[in-house]
Design a protein around this ligand. Structure first.
Ligand SMILES: Cc1cc2nc3c(=O)[nH]c(=O)nc-3n(C[C@H](O)[C@H](O)[C@H](O)COP(=O)(O)OP(=O)(O)OC[C@H]3O[C@@H](n4cnc5c(N)ncnc54)[C@H](O)[C@@H]3O)c2cc1C
Length: 476
């Protein structure tokens, strides 16, 4: 099995596949990991993917819970604040965490290094591929020696980012869902702790929309939309920096990077051709407003790794892979739409929009249902399909949703539910004797759920079949 690209999605794919017993070769064009930060936010659902890959605890140590979201006007007055609980929530991790993407990639790379079955080869650029149904032939160039290389694999994951070669090799392309948006991304470090609230800030000023947040340690991120024709040099003059960073004095911090990024909303028309599958930025691109770009990619590989492992092991028909795009694309599109909508709501509408926002937010922030919506990290359920059976009352309510992850007691030990469910499918059964987990390897465990979170989620259901990616398949 070959994974093209050792970014966060490719490395996570490799770990998930190796944990299912597959030998994985990761081919990465660059000789060293990408050192510059991009993603800074991970939600609690995505942390469960890192948990499945065996790196969540290590990443948690290098990240920190996010306090929530503050919407500010152009003068940085708070229009609304939506707090997030820093304690572990319904998914067993803080609802939002701030992380330095190179730290995350370092943890993933270190885990890949020590995991038997994974080989990461850097400095090899994949140039094309062809397939005959059960094998894929990959052509590549060794950037160290200039020599051509060829590799034969039983399947290929194209996790090679926005300009994916794998995507063009299978004749598919990205469909734009909106206009590209040019932003300045500014990474700053400071010896002193800056007077910044420990959450994400969105400056809702149509003249100069911006986002800023403390990341981890001494790192801070500012992003602001570039005006038409404006360059990074124009947007980073001392006067502009003073206004952007206010009340922080730019002379007291070090700007480690100022770069232009074009944020896009786009989805590939076909995510799979035979044994070649696309994941992460190769399959979709999201604007940054809800911090989900990388999260979508990590969900992709979590939801397809077990299917691919089953197909390659002969436990399932090839057709199982048809469910990949059918399940993932609507979810990715939904979150991209939310990001576009939030971006427009927070920054669009010109000066009139600014006034309306000011008035409307002053009222709606006090409505508990709105606050819940703004801070709830739950993402949409998967659509009905062969692996999401919405039959019966319990099935209609639960199938396609993620099972909560409380701390439970099982076999005399306290632990997170996912670890108790094990790597395969499992059934949660509730009867007069209490709650039982029946794993597909035959293990049966009585489970104590002190928080009552599982019972509350199951409601009237007596049994729920949970897929290996922790999504409820059916309930009765
Ligand atoms: C400024 C900014 C802020 C962001 N903020 C967030 C956020 O808060 N939360 C979030 O979830 N996401 C965020 N994102 C998005 C996130 O960074 C990306 O979605 C994520 O990096 C995608 O991961 P990936 O592994 O799919 O692709 P990449 O990280 O791009 O990795 C692809 C890898 O494939 C390699 N490769 C490419 N072509 C080849 C080839 N032909 N042969 C071999 N190797 C190849 C590349 O060198 C690279 O290492 C942000 C992005 C930006 C730019």
């Amino acid at each position: 099995m070959v994974v093209v690209g050792a970014g966060p999605v490719g490395l996570t794919a490799a770990l998930l596949l190796a944990r299912r017993g597959l030998d994985v070769l990761v081919l990465e064009q660059h000789r060293a990991p990408y050192p510059l930060p991009r993603a800074v936010h991970l939600d609690d659902e995505v942390f469960r993917v890192l948990q499945a890959a065996g790196v969540a605890d290590a990443v948690a140590v290098r990240s920190r819970p996010m306090a929530g979201l503050r919407l500010l006007d152009g003068a940085h007055r708070v229009l609304a604040e939506f707090a997030r609980d820093p304690a572990a929530g319904v998914n067993g991790w803080p609802q939002g965490s701030l992380v330095h993407q190179p730290d995350l990639e370092q943890e993933l790379a270190a885990a890949a290094e020590r995991t038997p079955g994974i080989t990461v080869v850097r400095g090899v650029e994949v140039t094309g591929l062809s397939q005959d149904g059960t094998t894929v032939d990959i052509t590549a160039v060794d950037r160290n020696s200039g020599a051509d290389r060829s590799v034969r694999a039983r399947a290929v994951f194209g996790c090679d980012g926005a300009n994916s070669t794998v995507r063009s090799s299978i004749g598919t392309s990205l469909r734009e869902l909106g206009r590209p948006d040019r932003w300045l991304v500014l990474d700053v470090v400071s010896d002193e702790e800056l007077p910044v609230w420990p959450g994400a800030h969105q400056v809702c000023d149509s003249r100069q929309p911006a986002t800023f947040m403390p990341v981890t340690g001494d790192r801070y991120r500012w992003e602001c939309r570039l005006r038409p024709g404006e360059t990074v040099a124009h947007a980073t003059t001392p006067e502009r920096l003073r206004r952007l960073l206010a009340p922080v004095d730019p002379r007291k911090v070090e700007v480690v990077r100022a770069v232009e990024y074009t944020f896009r909303a786009a989805v590939a028309d076909r995510w799979r051709a035979g044994r070649v599958l696309l994941a992460g930025d190769a399959a979709h691109l999201s604007p940054p407003f809800v911090g989900q770009g990388m999260g979508l990619g990590l969900r992709d590989v979590h939801q397809v790794a077990w299917k691919l492992a089953d197909v390659l092991a002969g436990r399932a028909e090839e057709g199982l892979l048809d469910t990949y795009q059918a399940e993932r694309e609507p979810h990715a599109r939904a979150l991209i739409r939310v990001a576009q909508l939030l971006g427009a709501l927070m920054t669009g509408g010109g000066p009139v929009g600014d006034v309306v926002r000011h008035r409307v937010l002053a009222v709606v922030r006090r409505i508990p249902a709105v606050a819940r919506l703004a801070t709830d990290s739950r993402t949409p359920p998967l659509p009905r399909g062969p692996l999401v059976e919405r039959r019966g009352r319990a099935g209609r309510r639960l199938a396609g949703t993620l099972v909560p992850q409380p701390e439970v007691l099982a076999g005399g030990r306290r632990g997170r539910l996912d670890d108790v469910l094990g790597p395969g499918a499992a059934e949660l059964v509730r009867d007069g004797a209490g709650l039982t987990v029946r794993r597909d390897d035959g293990t049966v465990l009585a489970v104590d759920d002190p928080s009552g979170a599982l019972a509350a989620w199951m409601g009237g259901a007596r049994a729920v079949v949970v897929r290996p990616d922790r999504i409820a398949r059916s309930a009765r």
